[in-house]
Ligand binder design. Structure first.
Ligand SMILES: Nc1ncnc2c1ncn2[C@@H]1O[C@H](COP(=O)(O)OP(=O)(O)O)[C@@H](O)[C@H]1O
Ligand SMILES: N[C@@H](CCOP(=O)(O)O)C(=O)O
Length: 293
């Protein structure tokens, strides 16, 4: 039996659509696997009632197939589904790390990234790796078709999760098909600034680089209260605010001492819009951890 803790993640970080991701210290899924002749999946925890246990429909089923590793699998969800916090990815990442160990497949963490990404194709239609990469490797990650680069950055974060669901599949439908040259130049500049900020563990630079003129404005329309929550976070000292993944979670970067006030301000703004929410005071953290093998 192998048990793995797989962290929530925040993808895109504004300017890095489908490329940037970051592992969060909390929340996390816990995935336990045991060898079996046929694969079965049991799901408990947050939002378990919305998650299919059919291996054809659960993200971990695709990972089992890719590793040819049938197992009895238990997923204890800490990451709510349809959150923008890489819920579907956390289970797939945890399963990839756990099954690789259970069956002694000997794959490196980097080699497990495209395997776990197969699970994302099951739910969002695209095998995007920007959540599974940080959930497996930890830190700040840059994922392209060539592979993933991970940087251990120390950046304080707040994620505020409203009590509404946005599916990644739906939120990908509002992504514009084209961007102007001006928007392209702005986005490249911001993304590069953010990457430098991560390498320097500088929250102000990361925040400045999160701005994105193309995808985020369209996604923000799907989140009631977004503009007010964003403004409240900035007023409370955030250095940057954006949609986490496909939403509805909203991500703020700030200095460590400001997390409590930023979280409180974001919750108050959601509440004023009539929406219940919860906030995680977190930071960029490590990737999937084997708890028991
Ligand atoms: N192991 C899993 N964990 C979470 N969601 C899963 C899992 N397997 C399948 N799903 C489905 O994936 C969808 C959530 O994924 P997605 O829309 O990408 O949101 P998130 O941002 O939380 O990952 C839901 O429809 C859920 O039923
Ligand atoms: N790059 C993807 C990321 C989706 O993240 P999730 O946490 O919402 O699953 C996208 O923006 O579509």
């Amino acid at each position: 039996m192998v048990t793995v803790r797989a962290p929530a993640t925040s993808a895109n970080l504004g300017s890095g659509f489908d490329v940037f991701g970051a592992a969060l210290t909390r929340p996390a899924d816990v995935v336990t696997v045991e060898k079996a002749a046929e694969t079965t999946i049991e799901v408990t925890g947050v939002g378990a009632q919305y998650i299919p246990e059919d291996p054809e429909k659960n993200t971990v089923g695709a990972v089992v197939d890719a590793l040819d590793a049938p197992a009895r699998i238990h997923i204890d969800k800490g990451v709510r589904p349809a959150s923008g916090l890489g819920s579907s990815a956390a289970s797939a990442a945890g399963a990839a790390v756990a099954l690789n160990r259970l069956y002694d497949r000997g794959l490196s963490r980097s080699e497990l990234v495209p395997i776990a990404a197969e699970g994302e194709a099951v739910v969002s239609g695209v095998a995007h790796s920007d959540n599974v990469a940080p959930s497996i490797l930890g830190g700040f990650t840059v994922t392209t078709t060539e592979g993933t680069h991970a940087v251990d950055a120390s950046i304080p974060l707040v994620v505020c999760l409203p009590d509404v669901a946005v599916s990644t599949r739906d939120a990908r439908r509002v992504v514009p098909e084209t961007a102007s040259m001006e928007q392209l130049v702005e986005t490249v500049g911001n993304a590069a600034t953010l990457a430098v900020g991560m390498c320097r563990s500088d929250p102000d630079l990361v925040g400045a680089g999160m701005s994105d003129p193309v995808v985020t404005p369209e996604r923000a329309r799907l989140i009631t209260g977004y503009d007010d929550v964003r403004e409240a976070a900035f007023d409370a000292g955030a250095a940057g605010v954006t949609v986490s993944g496909a939403g509805p979670a909203i991500l703020a970067v700030c200095r460590a001492g400001r997390r409590r006030s930023v979280a409180g301000a974001m919750l108050d703004a959601f509440s004023a819009a009539g929406i219940e929410a919860r906030a995680y005071q977190t930071r960029i953290g490590r990737g999937s951890t084997i708890l028991d093998a």
